[in-house]
Design a protein around this ligand. Structure first.
Ligand SMILES: CCCCC/C=C\C/C=C\C/C=C\CC/C=C/C(=O)SCCNC(=O)CCNC(=O)[C@H](O)C(C)(C)COP(=O)(O)OP(=O)(O)OC[C@H]1O[C@@H](n2cnc3c(N)ncnc32)[C@H](O)[C@@H]1OP(=O)(O)O
Ligand SMILES: Cc1cc2nc3c(=O)[nH]c(=O)nc-3n(C[C@H](O)[C@H](O)[C@H](O)COP(=O)(O)OP(=O)(O)OC[C@H]3O[C@@H](n4cnc5c(N)ncnc54)[C@H](O)[C@@H]3O)c2cc1C
Length: 664
C-alpha cells in the first residue's frame, strides 16, 4: 500500500507539539531549517544513493565514495553553500570518507597549532581543497601512548630543514584515515630532535604525494592497511600506512604555535601549555559527543517505528496481535535509549559551549579551564560512544530477526560506529584521564583550592559523604534535586574511596595501576552525573511548544532513574540511598515508560530524519515494512538467476553421487 501512512494512528496519539520538539532537537529554528533543506537535497539526488553499499567489492565501493566526494564539492560550489550548509550536506551524504579527516582534523590541526603566517599559507589551500590532508599520529606500535611515538623529526641546521624518518617497523604510521590512497598532505606527529636533544612529540605539515601525478614523493612509502570490520561500512575510508626514509621538509612546516625551532636550531617554547599539541583531539572528542546523539537517535528511530509496526501474540476476539512496543520489556529496553539520545544531544550542546569558551580564553592566554575541557571531552566521549555502540546493538535485537538484515540499516550503522570507542582515544584510557583529574581535585581540597566547573560538587564533599536521600514515595524521584543529590553523593563517594585507597600506596603510580578498575568506575559515575546535571540545566531554559518541556522532563527522569536502577549496587553500597528508595525509583520508571508510550513515534519523528538518511526498511516513515522487505529480498544478486553460480559445478555432482551411493 504505497503512499499510506501505516503509523498515522500512532502519530495521532502524540500529546506534544512535534514541530516545536524538532527545533529543540536541532538546536534552533535556523539549524532545523538548514538541516532539513540539506537532508532533502541529498535525499532527492540519485547521485547520493547508498542502498547498495553492502553488495559492493572494496574497489568499487571506494571509487563510489570518491565520486560522491567530488560531486558533493561540485554541488557545494554550484549552490554557493555556506560553511555550515556544506558541512551539513557532507554529513547527510553519510559515508565515511577522506573528507572527514581533511575537514575534521587536518584543517583544525593547522588552525589550532599553526602560527598566523602558517594559517595564511596553508588554510586557503586546504579550504579550496587544492591540497587534501589527513592526521597522521598513530603508529603500528603506539596509539594510546602518544609520548611513545617513534617517528623522528631531526633538525638539520646546515640546510634549515627537518629530516623525517621511520627508524623501526613499529614507527610506521598506521590507521590515519584518508592517508592510504588520497591525501596529498598530512599533519605528521613525531619526536622533535635538535642538536641531539629529544623535545617530545610535535606536529609537522608534510607533503606526501605529488600534486601533478599523485605519486608518493621520494622517500615515502604509503598504502592502505586493508579491509576493516563489516562489509561496506568503514571500508569507504582509506586508512593508511606510511613510512619515511629521511624525508626533508622546510623548517617552516613545523606547526609552531606551541613551540618553535629557530634558524640556528634553538628550541623555543611559547607561553602556551605543551598539551595544546593534543588540541585537535580535544576538538574532535567534543564533536564526537554530539555525533553520538545522532547515531543513537538513528538506531532508536528505526527500532521505535518498527516496534510500533511489529505485532506478536495477544490476538483476542478478532483483534490483531499486540504491537511489540506495548510490551513492558520492550519499553524498558527502548525508552532509556530514546532518553539517552536526547540526553547526549543536550550534553553535546553544553560541551560545544564549554569548548568555545576554552578557545576564547586561550586567545587571551587564560589556560585555567584547559584541564576541565580535557577531562570533560575525554570522559563524555568515552561515556557516550560506549553507550551508543551498545545502544545500536540493543536496537538491532529489539527488531528481532529482521534487525539482522542489512536492509534494516542497523548492521552498517553498528559497523561504522563501533570504532568510535577506540579512535580519538580508547574509551578506557580516556576514563583513566578523567580519574586522574578527579584524584588531583581531591588531593587539592585541603590546600583551599576551590574546585570549579563540573567538579564543583567536590567542594561539598564532606556534606556529600554524610547525605542521605529523603525520597519517601515514587514521585519524589521526579524532583531534580533528589536525583542530583543521589548522583553527586555516589560520584563523590566513589572518588573519595579511590583516593583513600590510593593514599595507602607509597608509590602513587603503582597505586593508580593497581586500582585502575575502581578509578574507571569512579570516572564513569562522575561522567553520568555530568550528563544528568546538564539535562536538568537544559530544562531550566524557556522551552516553548505544547507539552514539549513536560515530555523532556519525563525523558530526563528516565535517563537518571534508569542509570540509578542499572547501577543500584553503587548507590546502595555507597549508602546514598536505601533499598526501599531503589525500588521506588523502579516503580517510578514504569510509570514514566507509560507516559512516553503514546508519544514514542512523535519523539523519534522530531529527529526529522529522511528515509534516505535512515536507510532502513524497518525505520521507514510510513511504516510500510513488509511489502518493502519482500521487494528488497528479490534485489539480492543471488536472486538474479534461479539456479546460482556454483550449483552445477559443485552441488549437482555431489547430489548425483549421493543418490548413486544410496542406490548401491
Ligand atoms: C552509515 C555511515 C555513517 C557515516 C559516519 C560518518 C563519519 C564518521 C567518520 C569519521 C570520523 C572521523 C575521524 C575519526 C578519525 C580518528 C582519528 C584518531 O583517532 S587520531 C588519534 C587519536 N589518538 C588518541 O586519542 C590518543 C590517546 N592518547 C592521548 O590522548 C594521550 O596520550 C593521553 C592518554 C592523554 C596521555 O598523554 P600524556 O602526554 O602521556 O599525558 P599524561 O597522562 O602524562 O598527562 C600529562 C598532563 O597532560 C594533561 N593532558 C593530557 N591530554 C590532554 C589534552 N588533550 N588536553 C589538555 N591536557 C591534557 C593530563 O591531564 C596531565 O595533566 P596534569 O599534569 O595531571 O595536570
Ligand atoms: C577506524 C579507525 C580510524 C582511525 N583513524 C585515525 C586517524 O585518522 N589518525 C590517527 O592518527 N589515528 C587513527 N586511528 C588510531 C586510533 O586513534 C587508535 O587506534 C586509538 O587511539 C587506540 O590506540 P591503540 O590502537 O594503540 O590501542 P591500544 O592502546 O593498544 O589498546 C589496546 C588495549 O589496551 C588497553 N590499554 C592501553 N593503554 C592502557 C592503559 N594505560 N591502561 C589500561 N588499559 C590500557 C586499551 O583499553 C585496549 O583495551 C584510528 C583507529 C581506528 C580504529
Amino acid at each position: 500500500m504505497e503512499g499510506v501512512d501505516h503509523l498515522a494512528f500512532e502519530r495521532n496519539k502524540a500529546q506534544f507539539d512535534v514541530d516545536a520538539m524538532k527545533i529543540v532537537w536541532a538546536g534552533s529554528s535556523h539549524a532545523l531549517e538548514v538541516s532539513d533543506r540539506m537532508s532533502r537535497l541529498v535525499a532527492s539526488d540519485p547521485a547520493f544513493r547508498k542502498d547498495n553499499r553492502a553488495m559492493l567489492g572494496r574497489k568499487e565501493l571506494f571509487k563510489n565514495t570518491l565520486r560522491k566526494a567530488a560531486y558533493a564539492l561540485k554541488r557545494i560550489i554550484e549552490l554557493r553553500l555556506s560553511e555550515e550548509e556544506a558541512s551539513m550536506l557532507r554529513s547527510f551524504v553519510d559515508e565515511p570518507a577522506f573528507t572527514d579527516l581533511h575537514w575534521g582534523m587536518f584543517v583544525p590541526a593547522i588552525k589550532g597549532q599553526g602560527t598566523e603566517e602558517q594559517l595564511k599559507k596553508w588554510l586557503p589551500l586546504a579550504q579550496k581543497m587544492q591540497i587534501i590532508g589527513c592526521y597522521a599520529q598513530t603508529e603500528l606500535g603506539h596509539g594510546s601512548n602518544v609520548q611513545g611515538l617513534e617517528t623522528t623529526v631531526t633538525f638539520d641546521p646546515k640546510t634549515d630543514e627537518f629530516v623525517i624518518h621511520s627508524p623501526t617497523l613499529t614507527s610506521s604510521k598506521w590507521w590515519p584515515g584518508g592517508l592510504g590512497k588520497i591525501s596529498t598532505h598530512a599533519v605528521v606527529y613525531g619526536r622533535l630532535i635538535t642538536d641531539g636533544q629529544d623535545h617530545g612529540v610535535h606536529g609537522f605539515i608534510v607533503q606526501l604525494r605529488s600534486l601533478d601525478d599523485h605519486l608518493p614523493l621520494p622517500g615515502i612509502t604509503v598504502g592502505d592497511i586493508g579491509m576493516k570490520f563489516g562489509n561496506g561500512a568503514y571500508n569507504t575510508m582509506d586508512n593508511g600506512v606510511l613510512r619515511f626514509d629521511h624525508v626533508r621538509i622546510p623548517r617552516d612546516q613545523m606547526l609552531m604555535r606551541v613551540s618553535r625551532v629557530t634558524r640556528e636550531g634553538k628550541y623555543v617554547q611559547s607561553n602556551v601549555p605543551r598539551q595544546l599539541v593534543y588540541g585537535t583531539m580535544v576538538y574532535v572528542r567534543q564533536t564526537i559527543v554530539s555525533d553520538a546523539s545522532t547515531a543513537l537517535s538513528r538506531a532508536v528511530c528505526i527500532a521505535t517505528r518498527y516496534s510500533a509496526v511489529r505485532r506478536q501474540f495477544g490476538a483476542t476476539g478478532g483483534n490483531p496481535e499486540s504491537q511489540v512496543i506495548d510490551y513492558k520489556t520492550q519499553q524498558a529496553r527502548l525508552f532509556p535509549l530514546l532518553a539517552s539520545a536526547y540526553a547526549f544531544r543536550f550534553v553535546g550542546e553544553w560541551l560545544k559551549w564549554l569548548y568555545t569558551d576554552v578557545m576564547t580564553r586561550l586567545q587571551a592566554n587564560d589556560f585555567s579551564t584547559l584541564p576541565e575541557a580535557h577531562a570533560c571531552t575525554a570522559g563524555l566521549k568515552s561515556l557516550t560512544t560506549s553507550a551508543t555502540s551498545d545502544g545500536i546493538e540493543e536496537c538491532r535485537k529489539l527488531c528481532g530477526g529482521h534487525g539482522y538484515l542489512c536492509s534494516s540499516g542497523l548492521p552498517e550503522l553498528f559497523a561504522v560506529y563501533v570504532p568510535t570507542c577506540t579512535y580519538e582515544g580508547d574509551n578506557i584510557v580516556l576514563l583513566l584521564q578523567v580519574a586522574r583529574h578527579l584524584m588531583k581535585t581531591i588531593s587539592q581540597l585541603g590546600s583551599g583550592k576551590k574546585p570549579v566547573g563540573t567538579v564543583a560538587y567536590m567542594g561539598r564533599v564532606e556534606q556529600l559523604m554524610e547525605s542521605r536521600s529523603d525520597v519517601q514515595k515514587a514521585e519524589d524521584w521526579l524532583n531534580p534535586s533528589a536525583v542530583l543529590g543521589a548522583f553527586e553523593a555516589r560520584a563523590a563517594r566513589k572518588s573519595v574511596a579511590c583516593a583513600k585507597n590510593l593514599s595507602k600506596f607509597s608509590n602513587p603510580e603503582e597505586g593508580f595501576l593497581e586500582l585502575s578498575n575502581d578509578l574507571v568506575e569512579a570516572a564513569r559515575a562522575h561522567c553520568q552525573l555530568i550528563v544528568v546535571s546538564k539535562f536538568i540545566d537544559k530544562l531550566q531554559q524557556d522551552i516553548p511548544g505544547k507539552g514539549v518541556k513536560q515530555l523532556l522532563e519525563v525523558l530526563c527522569s528516565i535517563y537518571a532513574l534508569f542509570h540509578l536502577h542499572k547501577h543500584l549496587g553503587d548507590f546502595l553500597s555507597t549508602g546514598c540511598i536505601t533499598s526501599k528508595q531503589g525500588s521506588l525509583a523502579n516503580d517510578q520508571l514504569r510509570s514514566l515508560y507509560s507516559q512516553v508510550r503514546p508519544n514514542a513515534i512523535g519523539l523519534v519523528d522530531a529527529f526529522n530524519y529522511t528515509d534516505h538518511y535512515l536507510s532502513s526498511i524497518l525505520g521507514r516513515y510510513d511504516g510500510n515494512v513488509y511489502p518493502k522487505l519482500y521487494e528488497e529480498a528479490w534485489k539480492d544478486p543471488l536472486n538474479d538467476s534461479v539456479i546460482p553460480d556454483g550449483f552445477q559445478e559443485y552441488i549437482r555432482p555431489m547430489l548425483k553421487q549421493q543418490l548413486r551411493n544410496a542406490r548401491l
